[in-house]
Design a protein around this ligand. Sequence first.
Ligand SMILES: Nc1ncnc2c1ncn2[C@@H]1O[C@H](COP(=O)(O)OP(=O)(O)OP(=O)(O)O)[C@@H](O)[C@H]1O
Length: 603
Amino acid sequence: MARDTSEAAPGSSVTRRVRRTVLIGAAVAAVVVATAPFQLDIYTKNILIRAFFLAALAMTVDVLWGYTGILTFGQSAFFGIGAYACALVATHYGFGPFWFAGSFLLALLAAVAVAWLIGWLAFYHGASPLYASIVTLALPIVLVQLIFAGGRFTGSSSGISAFPTYYWAFETWFWIAGGYLIAVTALGYLLVSSDFGRLLVAIRENEERCAYLGIPVSRIKILLMMAAGAIGAGAGFGYAAFTNVVAPELGGFLLGTELLIFTALGGRGTLIGPVLGTIGIDVTASYLSGSLPFLWKLITGVAFVVVIVLLPQGLIPILGKGLRRLWPFPRAAARDAVVLRGFEPTTPHGETRSAPLRTADLLRHYGSLKVLDGIAIESRGSELLSIVGPNGAGKTTLMRCISDGGERSGGEVYVNGTEIGRGSPQSVVALGIGRSFQNTNLFETLTVGECLMLARWRIDGASLFSRRNEVALPTPALGILEATGLDKALGTETRNLSHGQKRGLELAMVLATEPSVLLLDEPTAGLTKAERTAIGSVLTSLARVHGLSILLIEHDLDFVRDISDRIVVLHQGALLMEGTVEEVIASDLVKAVYSGQAVETAS
Ligand SMILES: Nc1ncnc2c1ncn2[C@@H]1O[C@H](COP(=O)(O)OP(=O)(O)OP(=O)(O)O)[C@@H](O)[C@H]1O
């Protein structure tokens, strides 16, 4: 089965990506060539070479902050590591082609190792974005302190100067710096416009949802940090080799903050904005700092505040809009037509597993407040088990404890026979759990097609430098898309969908991960009667035809009665009752709980 959306833009996505990559590379190359130093004075040549190396560094800040949402103050540290690797080896060990190449390699390795450590500290499971920013803030501060403490070896606060280097002509260094900038910007563009780039945007928009789709968010961020660190160190190495002067400020906190300002001014999340912004601002600032030594910081500071307040997207997007009016070209390849294919899921029809999900003595407390107390439930394959109970009974907490090993305070959770331990959501997804949330939890600026591709990431992977436009989905996911009309809206951004369609998309995304146990938290909340009926019949078919084990939290008891095989009733964090639909509906105990009467629970 294959369906093609009707929104195909002219030209293949590959052609457009190549065209846009060439365009981005050409724009940077144009700046480099336009400033070619044949008639420039030495001062200007110096400034431009420095600006090109810094622009390459700012490009990495944009990939980390603009695209992935990692607010990093620490990129300057990698620049400093690269610069000091060059200076220290040349000063203390030796100089020549072997030493030069060796120190370049050392710079890259040292940056990658430090980035790995910082990434590991900043992005361990459960760390908040604020914590990650503080860790990156500490990095340049620690590095500068180490340089100070290094005494004569590192040159302390004076740095190191006049170490041996290649005294090539300014023109040669100009092309090295410009070439490095063009190469890393083109590489950066290929990355952010690929499937992997789509993943970075998804992490920025909704990291939690990514984790529950089985995407190893922390690992991806650490790898990105390592790549960005290596590029930054390469730039720092080049700068040190060119100037043959290094000082602690090259790896300092001030430069780290300035890079954020350059990125914001140029246009966060545009790649070309921070590159051109850095060149423009650094060159202007260098001139102003010469002629107006006390005023230039004030002027750039005021410009920063004005742009942030009046043009929060930065300067380059505004210029880009103007250019696009004069010379229209296709927008980002992100909106390429997406083709859907369906396949039968691997779970055999009607397979009945004994207990794909089991909890034993599950406990969750917040301080002295016991929210779940000794919950033992078991769900069977090909079964729809509803979890009901008054507000605050602990239903959502139960789902959290099943889907994230770090959530529970005690007890065990077994998924397909494996105890989840303290595993992260993505490791629990790998065991066969799929979870949808009480509140719709999507990626606002991604299209329906992109969201579906994202949901397949764990199984299909994502290419680093290319972009697919076809996604294969298990037939149940396709069924949900058809039932909610989403198969006709694959190019629509999710923020423009109706509430019902958002709920449908969320369910389709969970099903796309091919779970054997489905945890659904009020999947029909806010839906019309017709939409509820459609979802209800899909759920029953998932359980009975496709053999899934479904745990469903619902407040609509009529809906529960119509579709459930069994019901579990929670009350004040304890298991009140478990039985067939008829048993639970006939229970006086359950009626008493729902009418607000005081009821004794087992615990
Ligand atoms: N982070 C938290 N800190 C303290 N208490 C919490 C926290 N999260 C949940 N609780 C408490 O745990 C109890 C159970 O909450 P939970 O959301 O699991 O209930 P629920 O049965 O899903 O309710 P509802 O049907 O309203 O969604 C509530 O009393 C809630 O206030």
